[in-house]
Design a protein around this ligand. Structure first.
Ligand SMILES: [Mn+2]
Length: 241
């Protein structure tokens, strides 16, 4: 039987050492690949590139994962860049917006992780806090100091959401590595998970079979939090249709 192919959006890093210091490398963290492989699919990396290639790339995959990384360009949600905004990569934003447009056309499953959730939110018209400190209310630690497979905060899962159907629990503990937060969510997206401080940790499009964003890193939890792995298995099952 043919396995589904999942495209994972990549990034570019400058080589810090080795024999070509300063060279650009296109990559994804291997955890994303492991998560896809573990759940019976083939992973391919979609490195940031020409927007005009997005249609052909999406036509060659059965599902799309938008991976973590840089902050989204605040211009994309109508703000000027503030002091505590991190590094941005506008060409990657534009490439991923194009991947999303093409994925929506084909209705293939989309899973956005961390920055991926933020890109989906901005793409649909939502806004972000450029740093956690700009949120003017008590807020948990969302950038944990512990290793990635160690969950540090709980999220409450909204009943009747797809996430609830997948996880089969009303709460779950997850990891957290984000300094930016969702500020507003467009009406086309339904919030499906929040921490006790009210921070959006997951959303989905109820009119789409699988269009989900998560602010935590499920790919780093596949071996430590069993129920979280089901996010990938469910996405890949949808990609197989
Ligand atoms: Mn968090």
């Amino acid at each position: 039987m043919k396995k589904p192919i999942i495209g994972i959006s990549g990034s570019i890093i400058k080589d810090q050492g080795g024999i070509f210091p300063g060279y650009q490398r296109a990559y994804v963290n291997n955890d994303y690949v492991r998560a896809v492989n573990k759940n019976g699919a083939i992973a391919i990396i979609l490195p940031p590139g020409s927007v005009e290639n997005a249609g052909q790339l999406i036509a060659s995959v059965d599902g799309l994962i938008l991976s973590g990384g840089q902050d989204v360009n605040p211009f994309s949600y109508g703000e000027e860049i503030q002091q505590k905004c991190g590094a941005i990569f506008p060409a990657r934003d534009e490439f991923e917006f194009a991947l999303l447009r093409e994925a929506e056309k084909r209705r293939i499953p989309v899973l956005g992780i961390c920055r991926g959730l933020q890109i989906m939110n901005v793409y649909r018209g939502g806004k972000l806090y450029q740093d956690i400190s700009y949120r003017d209310m008590p807020t948990l630690r969302h950038f944990q100091l512990q290793d990635p497979p160690i969950p540090t905060h709980q999220i409450q899962i909204v009943k009747d959401s797809l996430l609830n159907k997948i996880i089969k629990k009303n709460e779950i503990v997850v990891n957290s590595f984000h300094h930016q937060l969702v500020k507003s969510v467009p009406t086309s997206l339904k919030i499906s998970g929040m921490t006790s401080d009210g921070v959006v940790e997951a959303f989905e499009d109820p009119k789409y079979e699988f269009f989900m964003g998560v602010q935590f890193h499920p790919e780093m939890l596949i071996d430590s939090v069993e129920s979280v792995n089901k996010i990938f298995s469910e996405m890949i099952e949808a990609a197989n249709k």
